[in-house]
Design a protein around this ligand. Structure first.
Ligand code: NAD
Length: 703
């Protein structure tokens, strides 16, 4: 048997045709693979010596599913559903030997086969929901025919990978290891030859009162849990169709719901984000000769809020960490906070007690810089003050071995200035973690003027080792994330002066899909943090007498936020629920009067535009200055660092979606209509204007 395909091969082994997929890197089911699969099927069916067909993979994974680059369109025939229906209706039995992860279309391919074999330790899943869509090649109709409704719903709605050992209904044979899979599949094939084809679509499925109730309850839970997302509820609807309709009608319903999802802004946004995240890992222009340094042990200076969280990331990855504080008490306190965090995870069943001890055993403390001489990487997380940072880096320069990477977790300070106080600025970099550092996925990797390519490459790889998403940025005040959030916070505060209540502003931002509004976020982070930053940036804000004046008064009155039970909102002890406080609006009214600002009713639309458009505009400035390499990097920073809704793809994708001309027009409108304030703060970015003039988008910049 011979077919004309570069990604699918067919061989004969006794009475079996073995069809092998080989489309590196992930066996995406691109058009060439689909054509190859049909050719292989036809060849096997035409061969009288073949009694059964085994489909497997030559790569470490079975298939990661659809080729997402095909979502852009083109002549895609034959489409996957058609190919899978052909496989399912084969008169000779077809067996999937699932020799590695099978995701999305990959699992749907296996489900279209008549029998399935895999091995312990393997995982499969239907992650389409993460792309704003649902499995569109029969997955929502076939999976419920093989597993109970709850399992099918969990897999399709969460998109999470599921161990094959939990899917006994899907897999006829689960061998111990992948090495035994071919033998297992061959035995299964012999059995299949006896029993004949066994299409999943032949399985009768009808709704019982229990499944109907389960589906209803599930839909309600999903609606509450996935606030703002469109696809998860459509996934539930598709699974429901498997129970309510005949198979062929169910497939039609699935196709209809798939198209509904595919045409949404959300699907575009989530697919954009999928590529954005992958692009962020690529740094063009680094020297090919530059190697990656080994990071076998780490030191952290400062065992406070951030130092402790950062240390946990390394201990979780099995990398030993030495923590340095100047005083033994501070060290003990830091280590005990980490232990308490781990113990809490153990109480919730996320870790075993043994894992807690194992992680704690990787964490040691010292008060002596000399003890850091063997560290491969040192991360400084001391007070946010240049003089303290310089002291620390001078000491590190004196004791650390050559080739050690010296990193700072500063949120705002100039890494070039820090690097300049060492004799090895090429080894100095910013590693900006987000709080809580053991939870937040984002790592801004800040390249200073002299940082070497080797140090950048090592840091990018390190992000992956500790399961963060690393995004390379340049040096400026606040880097990418905090520089943009400053604008947003400023506008929220100004809106309060102009008459909007904190709860109105927070509600509008929540409706956009952010997990919380700017005032709740400020209270949580501590209003004093912003206050100290403002104190050190008088020159930046001196032209604006209204700049965060209400927040300043609150901090000066001891209202530093959630940690003291009162900030912009009030809090009951032990409760994080913000309670509006009329006194704050009285302060705002008094300040507004003093400043000659007329208070008025402000529409939700104005709040949205004034908080988000300047943030986008600042993103454009950042791009123009080269502080971020790509608009999509900014999106990754905002989704992983600030909870910007992934269904909007990030602020820059959101701007593309609403139209850059609209953003520009509204920036100009506010520039002209908010007096001196507008003139200063609503200056449209040059890049935004250029893009509008040339009818381009942020996304088009990297094409
Ligand atoms: P923190 O006050 O909780 O911790 C700082 C720790 O450093 C304290 O334990 C202190 O004893 C120790 N320390 C101070 N000077 C030292 C020195 N010379 N040598 C050794 N230890 C010293 O502060 P934090 O919130 O963890 O912030 C630390 C750094 O992380 C700052 O640069 C901050 O800007 C940055 N950062 C903070 C956040 C956040 O949300 N808290 C987020 C990102 C980055």
């Amino acid at each position: 048997m011979k077919i004309n395909s570069e990604c699918v091969s067919i061989t004969q082994s006794e009475n079996l045709a073995v069809v092998t997929l080989k489309n590196p890197p992930v066996n995406a089911l691109s058009k060439a693979v689909r054509v190859g699969l049909l050719e292989a099927l036809d060849a096997a069916l035409a061969n009288n010596d073949v009694d059964a067909i085994v489909i497997t993979s030559a790569l470490p994974l079975f298939s990661a599913g659809a080729d997402i680059s095909e979502f852009a369109g083109g002549n895609l025939s034959p489409m996957l559903p058609e190919v899978l229906n052909r496989i399912e209706s084969s008169p000779k039995p077809v067996i999937a030997a699932v020799s590695g992860n099978a995701f999305g279309g990959g699992l749907e391919l296996a489900l279209s086969c008549h029998y399935r074999a895999s091995f312990k330790g393997n995982k499969v899943g239907l992650p389409e929901v993460h792309l704003g869509i649902l499995p569109g090649a029969g997955g929502t109709q076939r999976l419920p025919r093989l597993v109970d409704a709850k399992t099918a719903l969990d897999m399709i709605v969460s998109g999470a990978p599921t161990p094959v050992v939990k899917l006994g209904g899907v897999f006829d044979v689960i061998v111990d290891s992948v090495d035994e899979l071919l033998a297992g599949a061959t035995t299964l094939a012999a059995d299949a030859v006896q029993k004949g084809p066994r299409p999943v679509s032949d399985i009768e499925l009808s709704s019982t009162p229990e499944t109907a109730a389960l589906l209803d309850g599930y839909a309600q839970q999903v609606a509450a849990k996935t606030r703002g997302f469109f696809a998860p509820l459509k996934c539930v609807e598709a699974v429901k169709a498997a129970y309510d309709l005949r198979f062929s009608e169910g497939l039609n319903k699935e196709a209809e719901l798939f198209m509904q999802c595919m045409q949404t802004e959300q699907a575009r946004a989530q697919q954009h984000f999928f590529f954005a995240e992958r692009a962020a890992g690529q740094v063009p222009g680094l020297s090919k000769e530059a190697g990656v340094r080994d990071i076998k042990n780490v030191a952290i200076i400062g065992a406070g809020t951030m130092g402790g969280g950062i240390a946990m990331n390394f201990a979780n990855a099995g990398i030993p960490v030495k923590m340095l504080e100047l005083k033994a008490e501070a060290l003990d306190k830091g280590l005990s906070v980490i232990r308490r965090n781990y113990e809490n995870s153990a109480k919730k069943g996320k870790l075993t007690q043994e894992q807690v001890e194992q992680r704690m055993s990787l964490l040691t403390g010292t008060t002596q810089y000399d003890d850091l001489s063997d560290a491969d990487l040192v991360i400084e997380a001391v007070f946010e003050k240049m003089s303290v940072k310089k002291e620390v880096f001078t000491q590190l320069d004196a004791v650390c071995k050559p080739g050690a990477i010296l990193a700072s977790n500063t949120s705002t300070l100039d890494i070039n200035e820090i690097a300049a106080c060492t004799s090895r600025p090429e080894d100095v970099i910013g590693l900006h973690f987000f709080s809580p550092a053991n939870v937040m996925k984002l790592l801004e990797i800040v390249r200073a003027d002299k940082t070497s390519d080797e140090v950048i490459k090592t840091s990018m790889k390190l992000a992956k080792t500790i399961r963060k998403v690393g995004v390379l940025v340049g040096v400026c005040f606040g880097f990418v994330g905090n520089r943009m959030i400053e604008v947003y916070g400023r506008e929220a505060n100004r809106l309060m002066l102009e008459g909007a209540t904190p709860e109105q502003v927070d509600k509008v931002i929540m409706q956009l899909g952010m997990p919380m509004g700017p005032f709740t976020m400020g209270d949580m982070a501590g209003l004093d943090i912003g206050y100290f930053v403002r104190q050190s940036r008088k020159a930046f804000i001196e032209h604006d007498p209204s700049y965060c004046v209400v927040a300043d008064e609150l901090v000066e009155a001891g209202r530093a936020g959630l940690k003291v039970g009162k900030g912009v909102y009030l809090y009951e002890p032990g409760n994080r629920k913000p309670i509006p406080d009329p006194e704050v609006m009285e302060i705002a009214a008094r300040k507004a009067k003093e400043l000659g600002i007329e208070q008025r009713e402000i529409s939700d639309q104005e709040i949205l535009e004034r908080c988000i458009y300047p943030l986008i505009n600042e993103g454009a400035n950042i791009l123009k200055e080269g502080i971020a390499m790509r608009a999509s990097d900014i999106d990754v920073i905002y989704v992983y660092g600030y909870g910007f809704p992934v269904f909007r793809g990030g602020p820059m994708q959101y701007a593309d979606e609403i139209g850059l001309d609209n953003v520009l027009a509204r920036m100009k409108y506010y520039q002209e209509n908010l007096g001196e304030y507008g003139k200063h703060w609503f200056e449209p970015s040059e890049l935004l204007q250029e893009l509008v003039e040339s009818k381009q988008t942020f996304a088009s910049l990297n094409k």
